[in-house]
Design a protein around this ligand. Sequence first.
Ligand code: AP5
Length: 217
Amino acid sequence: MNKMYLILLGAPGSGKGTQSKLIVEKYPFIQISTGDILREEISNKSSLGVEAKKFMDNGQLVPDELIIKILKEKLLNTQKHIILDGFPRNLSQAKALDDMMSEIGGSISSVINISVEDSVLEERLSGRLVCKGCGASYHKEFLIPKKKGICDKCGADLYQRSDDSPESIKQRLIVYHQSTKPLIDFYDAKDLLSNVDGGKEVNEIFESITSIIDGRI
Ligand code: AP5
């Protein structure tokens, strides 16, 4: 079977990270999350991390040239099927991805768009808690960890992301509507797009996603 490249498209808080983790548990995929890569650079205090943090905390996209370079390195060094979580984020990144695919002789297998109302996204992001150890996501009201502040899966501490502040969430949603949403039409025109209703329960959404993946494998 050819190597699969699956793109998860969706606004901040639509559940891309949550669904990626479920896909990785069931299928032989690895998740490449550009947001996670940038957060790791920030915690390592690398020059890239210092540069990226200024954009991320303000809810802006990190400049294309930085992110495209990182993504290219990851794509070239991975043999497994890949889920792209958080890339591409605008048309210029989508075109850069097409160029990378041509260079490596690959092709995008499927693009899954997870759609959710803005009011729900704001609620999800403002209450999100993330595990410092394994990256699992929880929510203060909707997905409460068994022990306060501790990850059910690995026992590490939970924290709130610095870009999950009210001002930053607002800005991220504006950037999503301006820059990322047009990718829905871009991939629809290429006949690669499937839509799932991200307002449903996590497991219901995952069922829809598995039927899309099973149809492509
Ligand atoms: P990134 O880390 O990619 O963040 P994001 O796109 O804003 O998405 P999130 O991680 O916030 O949400 P998610 O869709 O993964 O939702 P989750 O599953 O966690 O990017 C961060 C920043 O990095 C960007 O703003 C930008 O600055 C920079 N960046 C990253 N990639 C870039 C790129 N390509 N170019 C330029 N800059 C880039 O779920 C959210 C919450 O909801 C959780 O609490 C979860 O438990 C809960 N939840 C999930 N599903 C459900 C459900 N069905 N029902 C109820 N609750 C749910």
